[in-house]
Design a protein around this ligand. Structure first.
Ligand code: PEP
Ligand code: MG
Length: 597
C-alpha cells in the first residue's frame, strides 16, 4: 500500500501480546534494510564524503547518548546504547568505509552499508558466541549511520524512521520486530502501545509490553505495509486486533463491549493484600518484573510481593558480565521498594530465546533444548556464585527467595544450594552483611520436572510453575513461532494434569507452589490454576486488579469442580468452554463477554 493511502477501517489481526486498548497516531520503525543510495564518486569528492561520514558518526553517537540519558537511572539497557555508540565510532568500521570511499569511489552511504555488512559477516563467522552475537548490532548501527547520512543529520538532531528514539506525541509504535534495545531506547517516551509483525504472545517483546503496562498486538502480518506513519490506529491488545483509521463507531463498539479504558495506565488498586474469594479463601497475588524500576507500579497495582524477577536482563546487551556490586544494587533497590514484601529472584535464565552474548557458549542447533537456564548456570558456577553473593547481600535489606529456572533434575537444586554456601562464605570472608541463607525454589517448566515434582520438592523450599516453557515443552510448540501459536494453550489438559501433579507434590510436603507463567494473568487461566489448588499467582502487575476482582465473586468449590472437569477434558478448547459454561456470567460481569476467548 502506498504512503498516505491506508485503507480506513482496515482490520488487521495478530496475537494478543499485552492486554489493554489504545487509540493514537502510528509511528513506524522502519526495517533495518532501508534503501541505500549508491553513487560513484569523482576522486575529488572523497574527502568531502569522508567528512559526511564523520558527521554521521557524531550524529548517531549523540543520538544514542541522548536516548541513554532519557533512560531511568539503573536501567540495564543503558549499556546496550553505550555499546552502540562505541560501535558507531569503531575503528575497523571506519577503516572499511575509508577504503570503499577512496579505493572504490563509493559514496558514503554505500561505503557504510558495505563496510558494516563485511564486518557483521566476519563477526558472524567467528567461533566466539559474544563476538558473533555482535554481528546483528553492527548491522543495526550500520543502518543507523546510513540513515543519518541520508537525512544529513547534525549531532543535535535525531533521525526519523527506525531510529525514532524521540516521540514527541503519544504514539503507537509499529515495527517489523522490536529488540530489547528498541524498547530500551523508548523508555520514558509517550508510547501508547506496540504492533509488531514478528513474535508471539509469550515472546519477550510481549512480556516487556506487559511489564510496562502497555497494550501490544504481536505477529500482525504486513503491519508495516498496511499502516502509514500518522495513521490513527485503534489497538486492542487483549484481542490481538488493530483497526487502521477507525471510524467513531469502530472505537465506540469496542468500548461499549467493556474492553477497558483507552490509555496505558493500569487500573488503580482497589485493595491490597491477598485476593479473597467469596468463601474466604486467600490467593496471594504477586508481580512478575524484569526491571527494578517496574516495582513501583507493581506496588501501585496491589502486588503483595515479586513472584518472579527476571535477573537475566542485567546480563543482556553488554560486553562484560554484571559485577556483584551492580547486581547487589539492583536487587537491594527492588527489596527496599517492596518494603518487607517477599521478592523472588530468579537466577539468570539465559540461553534459548534469550541471547547469552556475555557467555562463550557453543553454537547450538536447538538452543531451547541446549545449554540454557540452570544448565548454563552450573556450567559457569563462577557467574552463579557472584549472583548468589549479590542476592545474599541484598537479603540483608528484606526477604529474598532464590528461584532456579528449568530444573529437570534433583541434583541441579542441590548443586545450587552448595553454590549458595560457597557464595555466603565469600561474602562473610569480606566482612559484608548478608542473610544466613535463602530459600531456594525450583521452577517447574518441563514435563520431566512435573513428573518427579515429589522428588524435587524434597530438596526445594518451594516450587513455581512456569507455564510459558511448560506449554512449549509439553505440547512441542515453539513459544516464538506464530504458525503454531494457536496450539500453545496452558488450558490443554496435558498441561493441567502436570500442574495438578506439582500442586499435589507441594501439598504432600507443605511446601508452597506458585504459578508465574503468563497463564496467571489470564482470567480463565487464573481461575483454573486456583481450581487446581495453586494459591499464589505471580503475573504482570497490570493484571492484578482485574484478577483480584474476579476472585471476589467465585468460590473454591466452584473452581475445584471446574478444574476436575478440565483435567478430564479432551482439549484446551473444551476447557475454555466448560469454564465459560460454569462461570461465564461472572467472567462477563468483570472483564467483558469475550475476554480470553
Ligand atoms: C515461564 O516459562 O513460564 C516463565 C515464567 O519464564 P520465562 O517466560 O521467563 O521463560
Ligand atoms: Mg521459562
Amino acid at each position: 500500500m502506498s504512503e498516505g493511502a491506508s485503507q480506513a477501517g482496515l482490520r488487521l489481526e495478530g496475537l494478543a501480546g499485552s492486554t489493554g486498548v489504545a487509540l493514537g497516531p502510528a509511528v513506524l520503525l522502519e526495517p533495518r534494510d532501508t534503501a541505500v543510495p549508491r553513487r560513484r564518486l569523482r576522486a575529488e569528492e572523497c574527502d568531502g564524503e569522508l567528512e559526511r561520514f564523520a558527521r554521521a558518526v557524531a550524529a548517531v553517537q549523540a543520538s544514542f547518548q541522548r536516548a541513554r540519558e532519557r533512560l531511568a537511572v539503573g536501567r540495564p539497557e543503558a549499556t546496550i546504547l553505550d555499546a552502540y555508540a562505541l560501535m558507531a565510532g569503531d575503528e575497523l568500521l571506519g577503516r572499511g568505509v575509508e577504503r570503499h570511499v577512496r579505493d572504490e569511489l563509493r559514496n558514503a552511504e554505500w561505503a557504510v552499508a558495505d563496510a558494516a555488512a563485511e564486518l557483521a559477516c566476519r563477526l558472524g563467522s567467528l567461533d566466539d558466541e559474544y563476538l558473533s552475537a555482535r554481528s546483528h548490532d553492527v548491522e543495526f548501527v550500520g543502518a543507523r549511520l546510513v540513515r543519518a547520512l541520508v537525512q544529513d543529520l547534525s549531532p543535535c538532531e535525531d533521525e526519523d524512521g527506525r531510529g525514532a528514539l524521540v516521540l514527541t506525541a503519544p504514539s503507537i509504535v509499529v515495527a517489523r520486530e522490536l529488540s530489547p534495545a528498541d524498547t530500551a531506547a523508548m523508555s520514558g517516551m509517550p508510547v501508547l502501545g506496540f504492533v509488531t509483525e514478528i513474535g508471539t504472545g509469550t515472546s519477550h517483546v510481549a512480556l516487556m509490553a506487559r511489564a510496562l503496562g502497555l497494550p501490544a498486538v504481536i505477529g500482525v502480518e504486513g503491519a508495516t505495509r498496511h499502516v502509514t506513519a500518522g495513521d490513527t490506529l485503534f489497538l486492542d491488545g487483549g484481542h490481538g486486533m488493530v483497526i487502521v483509521r477507525p471510524s467513531p463507531e469502530d472505537v465506540e463498539g469496542v468500548h461499549s463491549r467493556g474492553r477497558g479504558a483507552v490509555g496505558r495506565a493500569p487500573e488503580a488498586p482497589r485493595e491490597l493484600g491477598p485476593a479473597t474469594m467469596a468463601d474466604g479463601t486467600s490467593v496471594a497475588l504477586l508481580a512478575n518484573v524484569e526491571r527494578a524500576m517496574e516495582v513501583t507500579s507493581a506496588v501501585a497495582c496491589g502486588a503483595e510481593g515479586v513472584g518472579l524477577y527476571r535477573t537475566e536482563y542485567l546480563f543482556v546487551g553488554r560486553r562484560a558480565l554484571p559485577t556483584e556490586d551492580e547486581q547487589y544494587e539492583a536487587f537491594s533497590s527492588v527489596v527496599r521498594s517492596m518494603a518487607g514484601r517477599p521478592v523472588t529472584l530468579r537466577t539468570f535464565d539465559l540461553g534459548g530465546d534469550k541471547q547469552a552474548s556475555t557467555f562463550a557458549t557453543m553454537r547450538e542447533a536447538n538452543p531451547m533444548l541446549g545449554v540454557r537456564a540452570v544448565r548454563l548456570q552450573l556450567a559457569r558456577p563462577d557467574v552463579l556464585v557472584t549472583q548468589l553473593a549479590a542476592m545474599l547481600r541484598a537479603a540483608a535489606h528484606g526477604p529474598i527467595r532464590v528461584m532456579v529456572p528449568l530444573v529437570c533434575n534433583v541434583d541441579e537444586v542441590e548443586r545450587t544450594r552448595e553454590l549458595l554456601l560457597e557464595a555466603r562464605a565469600s561474602v562473610v570472608a569480606r566482612g559484608l552483611a548478608c542473610a544466613a541463607t535463602l530459600p531456594i525454589g525450583a521452577m517447574i517448566e518441563v514435563p520431566a520436572a512435573a513428573l518427579i515434582a515429589e522428588r524435587i520438592v524434597e530438596v526445594a523450599d518451594f516450587l513455581s510453575i512456569g507455564t510459558n516453557d511448560l506449554v512449549q515443552h509439553t505440547l512441542a510448540v515453539d513459544r516464538g513461532n506464530r504458525a503454531v501459536a494457536h496450539l500453545a494453550s496452558p488450558l490443554h489438559p496435558a498441561v493441567l494434569r502436570l500442574m495438578h501433579r506439582v500442586v499435589e507434590a507441594g501439598a504432600s510436603t507443605g511446601r508452597p507452589v506458585s504459578l508465574c507463567g503468563e497463564m496467571a494473568s489470564d482470567p480463565v487461566g487464573a481461575l483454573v490454576a486456583v481450581g487446581l489448588g495453586v494459591r499464589e499467582l505471580s503475573m504482570e502487575a497490570s493484571a492484578i486488579p482485574k484478577v483480584r476482582a474476579l476472585f471476589a465473586v467465585v468460590t473454591t468449590a466452584e473452581l475445584t469442580a471446574v478444574a476436575r472437569l478440565a483435567l478430564a477434558a479432551r482439549g484446551a478448547v473444551d476447557v475454555e468452554r466448560l469454564v465459560r459454561a460454569a462461570l461465564g456470567e461472572k467472567l462477563e460481569l468483570l472483564v467483558g463477554p469475550d475476554v480470553g476467548a
